[in-house]
Design a protein around this ligand. Structure first.
Ligand code: PMP
Length: 460
């Protein structure tokens, strides 16, 4: 296909991609994705690839859903744009707000719309600080977040996140944000049992609160399962212990549902899986299955009541907050998810099925752990299965495995030597079998090349 070379040259010349080493791109060229259907993407070279990452954890209903296309085009004809500033709004924004609050836990009855997950987390920071100021406690302003977390790429999102390379390139960060250790047992806690480690991570939050002074700490933010950091599923002891610490010191709980929301863990919201009642829940991605950009913050009654009754005007909002076409697509997406019992299928059928198939990979000689929950999973690559010793970093085992997966027809993501999957929620059992088979082939080939050292070292 002649378009590949032409597009790659133009791409190289003009296009600065997110999260990309521009120089490496110049040497290798981008893979051009041209179209997609169901759980498969196609590239300009005629390859069909199983999208094990649902785009970027978002295409929950899969590609090519005509109902979503129709919802967007009908709304673009009717009213392509109007805003929700001051005292105007429009039907799709109102209907979507109603639907979200109907799906959300009992204590959540309000939503503030944004254009993305990063904007949602900026909004969270504004709301948290405003809440405590309105309560007459402006000193309670520090937000505790976690190391290695991802909460977005705006300056506030990056600051809430705990990714050192981002801080290094984007600093100085927003002041008043502190980080504590993540409940990453395989990576950081193997000298203890998972349950003891989970409790130790909660204790680290309490220690941080006491160091900072409880009167200065406003909120704690985390994902139920940390996504971009490596699909980190916390030990069972973690969330109950964290919940108790936050209650003890009257600290707001913010659960970032951008990845875990909308069925990924087998519940409408990931916080429900762990029995959490967050005060604020940033959402995006799966809200519209990625068909159009939209995000928001679900606001629990505690914060909403204060903002509304005591707040007056909230000087905050985006041109595209609750954009009509995006809202119409999101509403249709949620309606389809309900009609097709997507969340129940993930919880009762696909999640357990993935868990049973995925755990087989734990026997592979270069896999130290295979974990999954709902439709998110991870593999930890190791040089020595018995001791769990990692590969030398310079080998780039994770990125080698990722590239071999892609070449073999499967999108997996690598974070260091952790391999991640997060497929569309409409994947079938047969497609899960295919995913596991392709992943195993890539693991075999990765092991073979690492053993023989027959590969070009790939940048991480
Ligand atoms: N929070 C989490 C947990 C995310 O994974 C992401 C995106 N990967 C964001 C926030 C930011 O969302 P967006 O890219 O839509 O700004």
């Amino acid at each position: 296909r002649p378009i590949t070379g032409e597009l790659q040259a133009l791409d190289r010349a003009h296009h600065l991609h997110p999260f990309t080493d521009f120089k490496a791109l110049g040497e290798e060229g981008s893979r051009i994705v041209t179209h997609a259907e169901g759980v498969y993407i196609h590239d300009s070279e005629g390859n069909r690839i199983l999208d094990g990452m649902a785009g970027l954890w978002c295409v929950n209903l899969g590609y090519g859903r005509e109902e979503l296309v129709e919802a967007a085009t009908a709304q673009l004809r009717e009213l392509p744009y109007y805003n929700n500033f001051f005292k105007t709004t429009h039907p799709p924004a109102v209907r979507l707000a109603e639907k979200l609050c109907q799906l959300a836990p009992e204590h959540v009855n309000r939503v503030f719309f944004t254009g993305s997950g990063s904007e949602a987390n900026d909004t969270v920071l504004r709301m948290v600080r405003r809440y405590w100021a309105l309560k007459g406690r402006p000193d309670k302003h520090i937000v505790i977040a976690r190391e290695n977390a991802y909460h977005g790429s705006t300056v506030a999102g990056m600051s809430l996140g705990g990714m050192a390379p981002m801080h290094g390139q984007g600093g100085p960060c927003v002041p008043g944000i502190e980080h504590v250790r993540q409940p990453y047992w395989f990576g950081e806690g193997r000298d203890q049992s998972p349950e003891a480690f989970g409790r130790a991570c909660a204790q680290a939050i309490e220690d941080k609160i006491l160091t900072l002074g409880e009167d200065n700490v406003a909120a704690f933010i985390a994902e139920p399962v940390q996504g971009a950091g490596g699909a980190i599923i916390p030990p069972e002891s973690y969330w109950p212990a964290v919940k108790a610490v936050l209650a003890k010191y009257d600290i707001l709980l913010v659960i970032d549902e951008v990845i875990c929301g909308f069925g990924r863990l087998g519940e409408w919201f990931g916080s429900q899986h762990y029995g959490l009642e967050p005060d604020l829940m940033p959402i995006a991605k799966g809200l519209s299955s990625g068909y159009l950009p939209i995000g928001g913050v679900l606001v629990g009654d505690r914060v909403a009541t204060t903002l509304i009754d005591d707040g007056g005007e909230f000087f905050h909002g985006f041109t595209y907050s609750g954009h009509p076409a995006c809202a119409a697509v999101a509403l249709k997406n949620l309606e389809l998810m309900e009609a097709e019992n997507i969340v129940e299928r993930v919880r009762d059928d696909l999640g357990p099925y993935l868990a049973s198939r995925w755990s087989e990979l734990a026997e592979h000689p270069i896999v130290g752990e295979a974990r999954s929950l709902g439709l998110v999973g991870a593999l930890e690559l190791v040089a020595d299965q018995a001791s769990g010793a990692r590969f030398d970093k310079s080998l780039g085992a994770g990125s080698l495995c990722r590239d071999l997966c892609f070449a073999n027809g499967l999108v997996m993501r690598s974070v260091g030597d952790t391999m991640i999957i997060s497929p569309p929620l409409v994947i079938t059992r047969e497609q899960i079998d295919e995913l596991v088979r392709l992943a195993r082939q890539a693991l075999d080939e990765t092991a073979r090349r690492l053993k023989n050292r027959t590969f070009e070292r790939t940048p991480a």
